[in-house]
Ligand binder design. Structure first.
Ligand code: NAI
Length: 329
């Protein structure tokens, strides 16, 4: 079938071409899906999108008018897709549920270690031939209490790594992981997790229940000096509250791979632009905040799995009208 792949970066192309093996007519564009770019999909039966594409109700209706039947997102998260509208329009929607939980979990650990052990400053000082250690004091992860919010595939992979570090593990998830006890992960309420954890890592999806799950009241009960890691979705944290508690010194550090208003910012070259998002500029200004631009997924293994599962989804739709990864029946 003919498929327009939106937001497709050059680094994704080789794996997409390999997985496709000339089965579908794939058209690649770096443009993201929006109401204005929906028309590019004219003549296609499917579109393939990524996390910061706009698949809101209005855009889905525009795609439906053009004859698009299938939406394949190359992501695990699907908060960018208006599923209820897609269902009403009888479009099939599939994601890539588990392309590499370890890629994201390992990035969360990399952020934690880099911030805690001051690796970015250390490298800058090294380049300047300033070999003093005064600004580089970190803390041991061993012996700390780590709270994992959302212990699904990524959260559990993160918890397993933290278990290896010798930490005490707390979890909050409405659906406990069946192997939690094997790594000593104890489930507690969100409040208890926030009160007791030295390090808190977020791995739940963004939806109507989790938006601003970490807000003013949640920051207020965290331990003095707690570290917060978010590789899930920016909207789970209220950015203004995060900034307030960084500015007051309550939070010891924040490791962020996602940002509430990252749409249009991350994945693009803004080198010559004057950024207008004051909250983002403020966040970036804290010495105890480390931000990456939604790159936690970015490993060769993950890119390969994303491409393969996306093509498998397209094949299943073409052959059976349904795919194993359809987000509704
Ligand atoms: P998953 O579905 O395996 O696990 C999510 C877990 O969150 C489940 O166990 C679920 O029960 C739990 N959960 C749901 N609502 C909750 C709530 N209110 N409080 C606490 N836990 C709750 O999903 P997976 O693969 O682990 O991915 C998690 C999220 O990570 C995705 O939804 C996506 O937003 C994000 N992600 C980020 C990437 C990045 O590059 N930064 C890449 C891939 C995923």
């Amino acid at each position: 079938m003919k498929v327009l792949c939106y937001s497709l970066k050059p680094f994704e192309r080789p794996e997409m071409m390999r997985a496709n093996n000339n089965q579908h007519e794939l058209i690649f564009t770096e443009q993201s899906l929006s109401l204005t770019t929906a028309a590019l999909a004219k003549g296609c039966k499917a579109v393939c999108i990524f996390t910061n594409d706009d698949a809101s109700g209005q855009v889905l209706e525009a795609l439906h008018e053009l004859g698009i039947v299938y939406i394949a997102t190359r992501s695990a998260g699907y908060n960018h897709i208006a599923l209820s509208v897609a269902k009403k329009l009888q479009m099939r929607v599939a994601n890539v549920p588990s392309y590499s939980p370890n890629a994201v979990a390992e990035h969360a650990v990399a952020l934690l270690m880099a911030l805690n052990r001051r690796l970015v400053e250390s490298q800058l000082l090294m380049q300047m031939q300033d070999f003093r250690l005064d600004a580089l004091v970190g803390f041991n992860i061993h012996g700390k209490t780590v709270g994992v919010i959302g212990t699904g595939q990524i959260g559990f992979a993160f918890a397993k790594i933290m278990h290896g570090f010798g930490t005490r593990l707390l979890g909050f998830d409405p659906q406990p992981h069946p192997q939690a006890s094997s790594i000593g992960l104890a489930y507690v309420s969100l409040e208890e997790l926030l009160r007791q954890s030295d390090i808190i890592s977020i791995h739940c999806p963004l939806n109507e229940h989790t938006q601003y799950m970490i807000d003013e009241a949640q920051f207020a009960i965290m331990k003095q000096g707690a570290y917060l890691i978010n590789t899930a979705r920016g909207g789970i944290i209220r950015t203004s509250a995060l900034i307030k508690h960084l500015a007051s010194g309550k939070l010891g550090g924040a490791c962020l791979d996602v940002y509430e208003r990252e749409h249009g910012l991350f994945f693009h070259d803004h080198r010559h632009a004057i950024l207008q998002d004051e909250a983002f500029i403020r966040l970036r200004s804290f010495p105890n905040v480390l931000i990456t631009g939604h790159q936690a997924f970015l490993t060769v293994e993950a890119l390969r799995n994303i491409a393969q599962t996306t093509i498998d989804n397209l094949n299943a739709w073409e052959q059976q009208g349904r795919s194993l990864n359809d987000l509704y029946d």
